[in-house]
Unconditional design. Structure first.
Length: 259
């Protein structure tokens, strides 16, 4: 235990040892080598090592709490600022689920190979069930470069969207996330009763690739760095958060609009 404390936390140990030395009558006259000997002598006793260990635990617990409090305050301040200045997002051409006249719109930047996005999709379903009249949900493509099927799956969803079946394809892609590939996309298109020739042509259409890239560029401009990323009437929520983390923001928007 002594060696671990000495090796990993020598700076704080030195401060504590210095405090011990200063309290001694000869503290002002200690030379460096004398100080080192005094510190070693202090740490020779198990009870002193225990004191150092307890002090270290208290110190790092305090620092951890301070960091947590600072992070919570920063997040709160960020959300308050976003309520005052919500970001504007171009929704033209993006698929929407829920009432068109909803008071709250959740825009999600997502992709079909991301496991967290699959979890996020389930949360969106929960939200729409909890707020059937007041919330709608917009999907934006944000394929991650290290997911090789993210772009092909996005193309499949857009090709289905052109035949009015985006959300059906959306659900099936997430349900079959482990099997993403060209064969699956064609099989799902067949299951959905799509025109297969048109589906294949739309997947290969350069305009489809541009739609994906436009969404991605918009997300990057808004500060999205990973998936899923959400904007609740322009207030950002990052990651696959549970319904409980969306609810306060949704409710606050609804309360503000009711005034």
């Amino acid at each position: 235990m002594k060696q671990r404390i000495r090796k990993s936390l020598v700076m704080l140990t030195a401060v504590l040892a210095l405090g011990f030395a200063v309290r001694s009558a000869q503290a002002q006259d200690l030379k460096p080598e004398q100080f080192g000997k005094a510190m070693d002598a202090y740490l020779e006793k198990d009870e002193n090592v225990e004191k150092v260990g307890n002090a270290l635990r208290k110190y790092f617990m305090k620092k951890e709490q301070e960091a947590r409090s600072a992070a919570e305050k920063a997040e709160k301040d960020k959300i308050e600022d976003q309520f005052k200045n919500p970001v504007k997002i171009d929704l033209a051409g993006s698929p929407v689920k829920g009432p068109k006249d909803a008071k709250v719109t959740i825009v999600e930047f997502s992709e079909f190979q991301c496991p967290y996005c699959r979890r996020g999709a389930s949360t969106m379903d929960e939200i729409l069930k909890a707020y059937p009249e007041n919330v709608n949900y917009v999907f934006k493509h944000y394929p991650l470069p290290f997911h090789p099927q993210a772009i092909p799956a996005a193309k499949a969803s857009i090709a289905a969207q052109k035949q009015g079946k985006f959300w059906e394809m959306h659900d099936k892609l997430f349900a079959n996330q482990q099997a993403l590939g060209d064969e699956l996309y064609m099989n799902l298109a067949k299951e959905l009763g799509l025109d297969l020739a048109k589906f294949k042509a739309d997947m290969e259409d350069p305009k489809t690739a541009k739609m994906i890239e436009d969404d991605r560029a918009q997300g990057e401009k808004l500060g999205v760095r990973g998936t899923p990323g959400y904007f609740v009437n322009g207030v950002n929520i990052s990651g696959a958060q549970p319904l409980a983390n969306f609810k306060p923001i949704i409710d606050r928007w609804l309360q503000q609009q009711a005034k």
